[in-house]
Design a protein around this ligand. Structure first.
Ligand code: ADP
Length: 201
């Protein structure tokens, strides 16, 4: 069984991915794949250098993330060019990792699953982690380096809570529950989706 995992920033998506892994699922982390593609020597770097120039390459040969983030934010065509380089490479790597997985449940952790639409047809179910915007704000502002302004920008760039819920086959409401309660919810979802052999310690 292949499922897609998504949710807004601060919804608890990363936490749920960890709990799914604990319950026996194999996690394919598309953000981690994107990062590895843009490290020095990463598979995306020759095309990035060719299309964007040496200004976008850090001294160590990796993508200059701060520079690229600033440009991609203010210049949609540049963002599209970057995505045209990255997305096919991310998809290929993610599918290769899924093919290599031995777990009965493979979870594609895709922050922009709803926005990108490429993933829906590749997974049997979409699991959305949901919480109120206030909870998102409370959680994210505790992270180092996050300001209200940066968070408002990130929230505005993401799809709405309703749009995300609309594509969900399952919604996990991660609001006002403890991490232990969340773990129990995740265990029962994992069991329903093929990880029956995993028993709670
Ligand atoms: P996301 O990956 O969706 O941005 P995270 O999984 O990183 O979100 O969660 C954001 C923060 O909120 C983390 O510090 C996490 O430990 C905390 N958190 C998530 N869910 C809960 C919960 N049910 N109870 C307490 N803290 C939580």
């Amino acid at each position: 069984m292949r499922i897609g995992l998504t949710g807004g920033i601060g919804s608890g998506k990363t936490t749920v991915a960890r709990l799914l892994q604990e319950a026996g699922a194999a996690i394919v982390d598309t953000d981690a794949i994107a990062r590895s593609l843009t490290l020095a020597g990463g598979a995306a770097m020759p095309a990035i250098r060719q299309q964007f120039g040496a200004d976008f390459i850090a001294p160590d040969g990796a993508l200059d993330r701060d520079h690229m983030r600033a440009v991609a934010f203010s210049d949609p065509p540049a963002r599209q060019r970057l995505e045209a380089i990255l997305h096919p490479l991310i998809t290929a790597q993610a599918l290769a990792e899924a093919d290599a997985a031995v777990s009965p449940l493979v979870v594609f952790d895709v922050p922009l699953l709803v926005e990108s639409k490429r993933w829906r047809s590749r997974v049997a179910r979409v699991l959305v982690i949901d919480c109120s915007e206030q909870t998102q704000i409370d959680r994210v502002l505790q992270r180092p380096g996050w300001t209200r302004e940066r968070l408002d920008g990130a929230l505005a760039a993401q799809t709405s809570r309703q749009a995300r819920r609309a594509v969900a086959d399952a919604v996990l409401l991660n609001d006002g529950i403890t991490l232990n309660e969340l773990r129990n919810e995740v265990r029962s979802l994992a069991a329903r989706w093929g990880c029956e052999t995993i028993t709670a310690p």
